[in-house]
Design a protein around this ligand. Structure first.
Ligand code: ADP
Ligand code: MG
Length: 208
């Protein structure tokens, strides 16, 4: 679950985002919508603890994340929040399985081969566990990014524009995958998207 109270973020003089009050329960789903430049990516960056908002409180699993010192916040994020960025940011020098293991290591968690293998299997990319990212298709890279986001058993899964540049069939598949994985694991899902194809799939929308 997460909660935002009196949250505002401003880059320069103009207010980019304002959220008076927003609560999403554990396992809930939220679509953050709005035209390009409305602040969707900023919203996700604030929610995952990498961008301190100008004002307001952000609680993730009852933890006020910006009350934590930076290193504790990084550790909290690694263990509690999974993020699928638009460009995926997979490490090109590492194989699929190594990309997942690095996420465990960075969060200070023990290697858990049973978990990484089970995730790759459930996302249907087990056959590519020793492949390098640049040898994968776009859809396969997206699956690896989702697997990596889920590897530390997060409470919250964030995805930025997960359907951008995909045709209807693949866009639908990408959203299916995020919903299926979050429902199976009781993860709270937040998708930031201006794509009208996502809207019918996630009824709760926060409009920026
Ligand atoms: P969206 O994801 O909805 O397209 P963004 O959150 O990326 O919107 O951006 C919201 C607004 O904030 C835009 O006007 C953008 O130009 C501005 N912005 C985004 N990131 C920065 C930044 N790092 N510094 C200054 N302005 C920024
Ligand atoms: Mg964006």
């Amino acid at each position: 679950m997460f909660s935002m109270q009196n949250f505002e973020h401003t880059y320069t003089d103009d207010s980019v985002i304002r959220v008076d009050s927003l609560d999403v329960p554990q396992g809930g789903k939220l679509l953050v919508s709005g035209p390009s430049g409305s602040g969707k990516t900023t919203f996700l960056h604030v929610l995952c603890g990498i961008l301190r908002p100008t004002s307001g409180r952000i609680l993730v699993r009852d933890q006020d994340i910006y009350a934590l010192p930076e290193s504790a916040r990084d550790r909290f994020r690694g263990r509690t929040i999974g993020i699928v960025l638009q460009q995926f940011n997979l490490l090109p020098a590492l194989t699929v399985i190594q990309n997942l293991m690095v996420a465990q290591y960075a969060a200070g968690l023990e290697k858990d081969p049973a978990r990484t293998d089970a995730l790759l299997t459930s996302l249907d990319i087990q056959g590519h566990r020793d492949t390098f990212p640049n040898q994968l298709s776009y859809g396969q890279k997206q699956r690896v990014a989702i697997a990596r986001a889920l590897v530390n058993n997060p409470a919250l899964l964030l995805a930025d524009e997960p359907t951008s540049g995909l045709d209807d069939e693949n866009a639908s598949r990408a959203v299916d995958l995020l919903i299926e994985q979050s429902e199976r694991r009781n993860v709270t899902l937040v998708i930031a998207s201006h794509d009208d194809r996502v809207r019918p799939r996630i009824p709760d929308t926060y409009e920026l």
